[in-house]
Design a protein. Structure first.
Length: 162
């Protein structure tokens, strides 16, 4: 049994429910913004922060995979983008792609939004862009969950066959 495969698999499985909680918080914030237009800005701020947290939490998992399986992590000013792209690569003798190119493309929007949240005041958010990211979050998360669980299953099989 190769312990690092088990560790990575378990880390993926442990983080997914946390990401689910963040997705639910975005959905609650957006629903509250609709019900309480007088406080919409506050609820949109909450949604933005949780959209940021969604990507950061997912990136933590991807970084863990890069460190423990790929044994290589991107460096430099574009490392966030490069890490995402690295997860779409098939690395012979190491692993298949972690995420599909369609999923990577969708996640890149959340990566860019994360950067925006970190670098502008909340009152400068583009409400339409925020709402678009929030609306597509559930579908994106379900795709991510499915692909990460398939990858975790692959790791479990490798661990058992070694």
């Amino acid at each position: 049994m190769i312990e690092r495969y088990v560790l990575v698999s378990e880390r993926i499985r442990r983080e997914l429910p946390e990401l689910e909680r963040v997705v639910a918080r975005v959905e609650r914030a957006m629903a509250s913004a609709q019900r309480h237009p007088e406080d919409q800005d506050l609820y949109l701020d909450s949604a933005a922060l949780n959209l940021h947290d969604f990507y950061v939490g997912l990136e933590r998992v991807l970084h863990y995979i890069a460190v423990n399986l790929d044994r290589s992590t991107p460096v430099g000013s574009e490392w966030h983008r490069e890490l995402l792209l690295q997860m779409s690569l098939s690395l012979p003798q190491i692993r298949p792609p972690v995420l599909s190119s369609d999923t990577i493309k969708a996640l890149d929007e959340y990566r860019r939004f994360r950067h925006l949240v970190r670098n502008v005041y909340a009152f400068d958010f583009d409400a339409e862009r925020l709402q678009e990211r929030a609306r597509s979050l559930r579908v994106t998360f379900e795709r991510v969950r499915s692909e990460l669980l398939a990858f975790a299953d692959f790791l479990d099989q490798l661990a058992q066959s070694a």
